[in-house]
Design a protein around this ligand. Structure first.
Ligand code: ZN
Length: 209
């Protein structure tokens, strides 16, 4: 069956190598063959099915449906955005403890940055993650200070008891002091201080590494 350009009605076509498609000789409108139409329709339907799963909160199904599409459409940004949304439970999972989801999210994030496809939603998500991390660090710092304070009290009392020649009590307090210092070290004080004093990161950086 002869095809006719649906824009101008012309019936002759040529192959445009730079665009890798058949075009109308007169107006340049692309013509898709039946197979291409079929592929596009299949893509749209699969994508739409994945979006329904995403809306319903079926995160794993969404990723499972979308990943095979990437082999055919590796630069399609909306696929990576949808995978990222599913892997982060629509940007609600801040801790990302599941390693499979984390790796899916990490891959999608890298591709979106490479394709200049980052969204405001991604940047806001990254900022929320960073703020939560800061809160945890602050809490860790407070616990550290509390144990340091306890250590100071133990050493003060131990000193006082030695002065009063209550050696047994002094030994007990020294034990307490060692216990407190052990606690302080277990909170990795240098790491906490380093992270608390470091500058705000670039929110485009992959937060899942
Ligand atoms: Zn035409």
């Amino acid at each position: 069956m002869e095809r006719i350009c649906n824009r101008c009605g012309c019936s002759s076509f040529h192959y445009n190598r730079s665009r890798m498609r058949m075009e109308c000789d007169l107006c340049g409108t692309p013509v898709y063959d039946a197979q291409q139409d079929q592929q596009l329709m299949q893509f749209d339907r699969t994508y739409s099915q994945a979006m329904s799963h995403l809306a319903a909160g079926n995160w794993n199904q969404t990723i499972g449906i979308l990943k095979p599409l990437l082999t055919q459409h590796p630069t399609e940004k909306k696929l990576y955005i949808a995978i990222l949304r599913a892997a982060t439970k629509d940007y609600q999972d801040i801790s990302m403890d599941n390693t499979t989801d984390r790796s899916s999210a990490s891959d999608a994030w890298d591709k979106l940055i490479r394709l200049n496809g980052e969204t405001g939603e991604m940047i806001r998500y990254c900022r929320r993650r960073y703020e939560k991390h800061r809160e945890e660090l602050e809490m860790q710092k407070n616990r550290l200070l509390a144990w340091l304070f306890a250590a100071a009290i133990c050493s003060g009392i131990a000193g006082f008891l030695i002065g009063m020649s209550y050696y047994f009590g002094a030994v007990v307090c020294t034990g307490g002091l060692i216990g407190c210092l052990y606690k302080v070290v277990s909170y990795h004080p240098i790491k906490v201080i380093k992270q608390l004093t470091s500058a705000v990161p670039d929110y485009r950086n992959n937060p899942f590494i």
